[in-house]
Design a protein around this ligand. Structure first.
Ligand code: NZQ
Ligand code: ZN
Length: 384
């Protein structure tokens, strides 16, 4: 196992009705800016619950954070905060609203051009405090320090990370999932599945706890995920999927193990250029990444084949092939498309995406930094 330092300071308020319990977690004298997206919270009752929970706080709101949050929209919120003196941010939404709010929290206190946080990795010295009401379990953003923000003018979709923007608390009420459209439910199973894979499917390092936690999350997502779309869906199913999504990217299973993230880096470029949902890009890229990296990932692929996919691994090559096929079949069984051509993306994608990767310095991806631009090109060509 590798050395590690693990600290997750986000308080989790889990369960039905917990939105009402969050006011104790926000300082009484805070001036709170509630940040949300396109307005789904107005029609599903979440806005109402948040308003009631904030009854004794001084608060205002900023709406319009779009999926794949844009720098341009986030900066409008920064202007509002500076003009009106907000001291605390409450993100009410999915990964996009949370990521946008993290950027806003840092940008509001940043001395200089905030885009440098994304483009140049500029140091974040301070940020406004942030709380979260999660409405779409998928990204894990509610209890991690990562954020991904897009510049719609330049086709950049760039990540940053800072402990200063890690949420102070996150409310996880599985009932919020009842209003999610099928497309977002599918995304909400695939994204955490791939998060686990990015931290698990590398090379063996004798990290038994991390491996078995990771396998438990994959098995739970495979067992409970499909029930979201059936008559079996109930509070228990939603609770298990929601908690899996948070645990998939809160730092725990990634501590002390090598990590990949190549699928994500290629996926971010696909979203920036073609507008595919984040999880849609992952379902396309991951099977092809697994195939391309089958030698580098051999040990873990066999472990995954046996322990997660339940395959007989006496014929190793066949077991690896089957494990990759079953992974793609799982995504498809949820209703997720797994080919670029399914989204009308043509053969020019390889050139365009490789140019983006090169522009962003993503020239040596994966746990061994072995996925160079030629390999990324081959992976993308195979995604058609
Ligand atoms: O805009 P609103 O009205 O909120 O509607 C959203 C949006 O249209 C809707 N929605 C959310 N909760 C709902 C709901 N509709 C009905 N009922 C509800 N309860 O769903 C749509 C998609 O929301 P979005 O936040 O974009 O989805 P997701 O949570 O999948 O977030 C994706 C973003 O997170 C980034 C992705 O790159 C992408 O930009 N990621 C962030 C990560 C992190 N911070 O750790 C890691 C991930 O790998 C990922 O990169
Ligand atoms: Zn992701």
């Amino acid at each position: 196992m590798l050395n590690f330092s693990f600290h997750n300071p986000t308080q989790i308020l889990f369960g039905e009705g917990q939105i009402g319990a969050m006011s104790d977690s926000i300082p009484a004298d805070a001036k709170v800016l509630v940040i949300y997206g396109g307005g789904s919270i107005k029609s599903n009752g979440i806005y109402q619950q948040v308003s009631e929970a904030l009854a004794n706080h001084n608060w205002g709101e900023f709406s319009g954070i779009e999926p794949n949050p844009s720098y341009q929209t986030c900066m409008q919120a920064v202007e509002l905060i500076r003009a009106q003196g907000y001291t605390y941010l409450l993100a009410v939404g999915g990964g996009s609203v949370i990521d946008g709010s993290k950027f806003i929290a840092a940008a509001a206190e940043f001395d200089g051009e905030p885009w440098d946080i994304l483009a140049k990795g500029a140091e974040i010295k301070s940020a406004l405090d942030l709380g979260v009401v999660l409405t779409l379990p998928a990204t894990g953003s509610e209890s991690n320090s990562f954020s991904v923000v897009s510049n719609k003018e330049t086709n950049d979709k760039l990540p940053f990370a800072s402990p200063k923007v890690q949420p102070k608390f996150a409310v996880l009420d599985p009932q919020v999932m009842a209003s999610l459209p099928e497309r977002q439910l599918i995304n909400g199973v695939v994204d955490p599945f791939v998060h686990v894979m990015e931290q698990y499917l590398t090379y063996p390092i004798d990290a038994k706890v991390q491996d078995r936690f990771a396998e438990g999350l994959l098995l739970t997502l495979m067992e409970e995920g499909p029930k979201l779309f059936s008559e079996q869906v109930d509070y228990k199913v939603r609770a298990n999927v929601m908690w899996s999504a948070t645990m998939a990217l809160n730092g725990l299973i990634g501590s002390g193990v090598p990590q990949d993230w190549g699928t994500h880096m290629i996926g971010h470029e696909l979203t920036a250029v073609y507008g595919l949902d984040h999880a849609q890009t992952l379902a396309v890229v991951l099977p092809r990444m697994m195939l391309e990296q089958r030698d580098a990932k051999r040990g873990k692929l066999l472990q995954y084949a046996e322990r997660v996919m339940g395959l007989d691994i006496s014929n190793e090559e066949q077991a690896i092939d089957l494990a990759i096929e079953k992974t793609e079949a799982f995504f498809q069984s949820l209703g997720m498309k797994t080919r670029l051509s399914d989204y009308g993306v043509g053969a020019d994608a390889a050139d365009k995406i490789v140019a983006q990767l090169e522009r962003h310095g993503m020239v040596a991806l994966g746990e061994h930094q072995q996925v160079d631009l030629a390999k990324s090109r081959a992976i993308l060509a195979a995604c058609l």
